[in-house]
Design a binder for this molecule. Sequence first.
Ligand SMILES: *Cc1c(COP(=O)(O)O)cnc(C)c1O
Length: 357
Amino acid sequence: MTRSIIERARPEILSLRGYSSARMEAKGGSVLLNANESPWPAPSDRSDALHRYPDPQPPALIARLAAIYGVAPDSVLAGRGSDEAIDLLTRAFCRAGIDEVIVSPPTFGMYEVSAAIQNARVVAVPLNAGRGFAYPFAAVLAAVTPETKLVYVCTPNNPTGTAVSREDVLALAGALDGRALVIVDEAYIDFTTAPSVIADIASTPNLAVLRTLSKGHALAAARVGALIAAAPVIALLRKLMAPYPLPQGSVDAALAALSDAALAATGTRIRTLVAERDGLAARLASLPDVVAVIPSDANFITARFVDAPAVYRRLLAAGIVVRNVGHHAALAGCLRISIGTPEENRALLDELERRRA
Ligand SMILES: *Cc1c(COP(=O)(O)O)cnc(C)c1O
């Protein structure tokens, strides 16, 4: 009999009743005198829709995300980017000063920041830099203690662009059943052919998947992301979540971006971007300034340069901004380059090649 992952949450969160907002307590009706809202729209509000509090989890958005992800609506939590889900998971599961999260650097910084804010211990089990930044499955399992609550797998990983196999993730989750939640961050899944584990949440209670509209769907400013997990995990996090986390304008923008027509156009853009990425990777690899290009499944390329700070400054002087990721121990001398439009990528290459002469 396996233990439910929910029992691993903080006891005070399990017993928390959570805030009950006016919008949650009463549905329906047409004379709305229950939420101290203005009865009139703001004089500036052309949409005529901003004077009422939004639905905490708008059913149309949840239904659309669930349909696209192929999961049940009660397995979807929509929030302010996937960053909010990372924060909620950390606060729900980690007892301050006691519990641990496992991260595998070099990786996305927010896992560690959220843990630090909650005073959870961060256990770093580095990616295997000598083996193409492979995820260290055996070492992660060996690092798990009774205090381990969350294990992060970022795939494709930021900032290396490397992806892990679905079978390996499922084996990890299986080994940690009832002990720790395996959080698979699929922020860059739109740019890879590597399979998602999203369909596996139905059969894997301690698996959670992060998705975002910030990257492939081009809505970074709308701040909409989702957590996909077993219904009890979603219900638990809703108790911690802000009463009205999703601004109406962001919900509208998300629904528009998820229409069939928008998804088709987005798919075309993503195919262009992936072709640009692969072309750029080949060109970068041929430059004498470049020591190595890490094969990427994401919408960026991380490459090691002979003199990264000099290249960074040179590009900046030409108005081209890339990210220096050399502060990661395993990425000394590396720059991370987001894939731009074909014109922007051309400008980057022109600048890098110009100095060859
Ligand atoms: C960009 C990114 C996100 C997305 O964050 P949002 O809060 O949804 O904008 C999540 N995870 C990783 C690894 C990222 O690089």
